[in-house]
Design a protein. Sequence first.
Length: 199
Amino acid sequence: MASKPRAAAVEPGREPVVQVKSVLNEVRETQLAVDLFRLGARLQLLEAETSLSRNRLIKLYKEVLGGSPPKGMLPFSVDWFLTWQPNIHASLFVAIHRQLQAGTSEQGIEIIVKAYRLYLEQMPPEPGHDPVLSLTRAWTLMRFLGSNMLTTARCRCCRGEYLILPQGHYQFVCGLCKVPSRAGKTRKVLDEVAALARA
Ligand SMILES: [Zn+2]
């Protein structure tokens, strides 16, 4: 993609322009932070994706959602993405993300948020339940893919793309084509995912 033109070097006496820019950037990042918190993002995600201070982010979280942000480490294991139901949800998210990315020059967190909203439309959580794939997990997933800790493979039965380990086997069959017996009740979900993954 074409790189954006860079702003000219700051000349003496040009500070007001820079200040306006940084105020606009702060507004943009604050709006992004509000969106991300509302979608369930963890504080660490915000710290990585915005330049807002931790204190600022905590205040913002309390204002938007009430209460304090949850503490604790981010999920940091590829294993979760390889278990049956998470794998299908996460693979669907990747398929949506790739489709969006192919049609835009946008990158990074904005496109992750767009893809995540579409994922929620396709896979709305059961009333009173959290979505299977959280935004923080979706974000972590894109990092795993970027660092080749995970990759995707085409299922030889349905031709859909699914998440596997980079050293995964060549003749790959996905969890939709080889459904574990305990997963039978989610047939509708499976059909939707298969259709999207093939798109
Ligand atoms: Zn398949």
